[in-house]
Design a protein around this ligand. Structure first.
Ligand code: NAP
Length: 248
C-alpha cells in the first residue's frame, strides 16, 4: 500500500531524480517522467524498487498539452494522485536579451511556466475537494534566479522562475480551502547537468565563490526540502517560497 501516486516531471536526472528516490523511500508510488533519457529514468525506477519502493517511468514532453495528458493518464491508471512536483525545467546558452530570439523564449516559457501551470491544473482537477478529491500537495521548482534576474546570462530563465513564484502564491490562495497546499523551492547553485546543458559545464566552479556558504548544493539537499513541503509536517505551510541556496 503506497501513499498514492506522486507525479515528478523531469525525474530522470538531477533534482527530480533525487526527489524521486526520496519520495520512493517515503512510500509514494513515484511517476518518473522524462523526455529523452530513458536509461536514466530506468535506473531511477530500479534504484527505488531495489530500496523496496514503488515507481514507474513515463516518457512525455511536460511542456506540451499532449505530453501532460499522457503523464496524468498514466498516473490515473496506477492509482490515486497524492501530489505533483513541477520540476522539469531548462536553461539556454548565456545571452543578452537583445540576442534572444522568439524560438528560445517560446521553449523557455513553454517548459518552465506554461507546462507547470497545465500540470498543476491537471493535479487540481484530481486533488481538489471541490472536484471530489482527497487533497494533496504541489511543489514547484523555482530558482533564486527569480530574485537575482540573471543579467547577461539568462534573464528569460529568471523571468520564467519569477512567474513560477507568483503562480505559486496565486494558486496556493486559490485552492487553500480545497485540501491542496502549493509551495515552491528556490534552489541556488546545485551540482547537476543543467549547467552543461546551457553550455557552461564549469558554471558550478565559477559561481561557488559567490555563495555565502562557499559551496554548491547537492540535488539531495533540494530534494529533502521538497519532501518536507509535500509532507504533513508542512500542514500549515502554503504559498511559501523556500530558498535552498546556501544563503544566496
Ligand atoms: P537537469 O539535471 O538538467 O535535469 C533536467 C530534467 O528535466 C531531466 O530529467 C530531463 O529529462 C527533464 N526534462 C527537461 N525538459 C523536459 C520536458 N520538456 N519534459 C519532461 N522532462 C523534461 O536539471 P536540474 O538541475 O535537476 O533542474 C531541475 C529543476 O531545478 C529545473 O526546474 C531547474 O530550473 C531548477 N533549478 C536548478 C538549479 C541548479 O543549479 N541545478 C538551480 C535552480 C533551479 P531527460 O533526462 O529525459 O532529458
Amino acid at each position: 500500500m503506497t501513499r498514492g501516486v506522486l507525479v515528478i516531471t523531469g525525474a530522470s536526472r538531477g533534482i527530480g531524480a533525487a526527489t524521486a528516490r526520496l519520495a520512493g523511500a517515503a512510500g509514494y508510488d513515484v511517476l518518473v517522467n522524462f523526455v529523452s533519457n530513458a536509461d536514466a529514468a530506468t535506473s531511477v525506477v530500479a534504484a527505488i524498487e531495489a530500496a523496496g519502493g514503488s515507481a514507474f517511468s513515463v516518457q512525455a514532453d511536460a511542456s506540451s498539452k499532449a505530453g501532460i495528458a499522457a503523464i496524468f493518464a498514466a498516473a490515473d491508471a496506477r492509482g490515486t494522485l497524492a501530489g505533483l512536483v513541477n520540476n522539469a525545467g531548462v536553461v539556454d546558452a548565456r545571452s543578452r536579451v537583445d540576442e534572444m530570439d522568439e524560438a528560445r523564449l517560446t521553449r523557455m516559457m513553454g517548459t518552465n511556466i506554461v507546462g507547470p501551470m497545465l500540470c498543476a491544473g491537471e493535479a487540481v482537477r484530481r486533488l481538489s475537494t471541490l472536484h471530489g478529491g482527497a487533497g494533496g500537495a504541489i511543489v514547484n521548482v523555482s530558482s533564486v534566479a527569480a530574485r537575482l534576474g540573471s543579467p547577461a546570462e539568462y534573464v528569460d530563465y529568471a523571468a520564467s522562475k519569477a512567474a513560477i513564484d507568483t503562480f505559486t502564491l496565486g494558486l496556493a490562495r486559490e485552492v487553500a480551502t480545497e485540501g491542496i497546499r502549493v509551495n515552491a523551492v528556490r534552489p541556488g547553485i546545485i551540482d547537476t547537468e543543467i549547467h552543461a546543458s546551457g553550455g557552461q559545464p564549469d558554471r558550478v566552479q565559477r559561481v561557488r565563490g559567490m555563495v555565502p556558504m562557499l559551496r554548491e548544493g547537492k540535488a539531495d539537499e533540494v530534494a529533502r526540502a521538497i519532501l518536507w513541503l509535500l509532507s504533513d509536517e508542512a500542514s500549515y505551510t502554503t504559498g511559501a517560497l523556500l530558498d535552498v541556496g546556501g544563503g544566496r
